[in-house]
Design a protein around this ligand. Structure first.
Ligand SMILES: Nc1nc2c([nH]c(=O)n2[C@H]2C[C@H](O)[C@@H](COP(=O)(O)OP(=O)(O)OP(=O)(O)O)O2)c(=O)[nH]1
Length: 139
């Protein structure tokens, strides 16, 4: 049986916008947009991995809110699980510190203005179907 490694992607919602991040590496992913996040480490809860990765990559303090339905296959052995998330009050604004070179807060109308990684399109569609902004206070 092939072991699958979960990559957690954060759909950070704030003020009715979704945070998108443009990858700067590796070369085959650079220039395309994704949900910030990363690999869940052994023994780590996905919500904990999300908070850790967003702190490392973006310098923010965040909280995972709810799992977005579905499982989105990435290059083996990885599989993408998406959680909605929010920045906790007092968090610094996100900055592209690691893995990314640009960030954008997308309104629902702008959702498809960026070139998402092919493997992220289904995940972003699922996020768009959800209760956009629910549980994610604007503060
Ligand atoms: N974070 C994230 N990774 C994604 C997405 N879509 C996608 O194919 N990936 C891939 C890119 C990487 O091959 C892998 C996650 O790697 P990563 O580089 O973000 O994770 P990490 O910080 O834990 O990696 P590492 O450098 O510590 O090994 O999943 C996505 O939406 N978000």
């Amino acid at each position: 049986m092939t072991e699958r490694i979960v990559v957690v992607g954060a759909a950070v919602l704030h003020g009715g916008r979704l945070l998108a991040a443009r990858r700067s590496a590796p070369a085959e992913l650079a220039g395309r947009w994704e949900l910030p996040g990363g690999k869940v480490e052994p023994g780590e809860a996905p919500e904990g991995a999300l908070v850790r990765e967003l702190r490392e990559e973006l310098g923010v303090e965040s909280q995972a809110l709810a799992r977005v339905p579905g499982e989105f296959p990435l290059k083996a052995p990885y599989t993408l699980h998406v959680w909605t998330a929010r920045l906790v009050p007092g968090s610094p604004d996100p900055e592209p510190l690691q893995d990314h070179d640009e960030l954008r807060w997308l309104t629902p109308d702008e959702l498809w203005d960026v070139e998402w990684l092919d493997q992220d399109v289904a995940a972003v569609m699922e996020v768009a179907r959800g209760p956009w902004g629910d549980g994610a206070p604007d503060d």
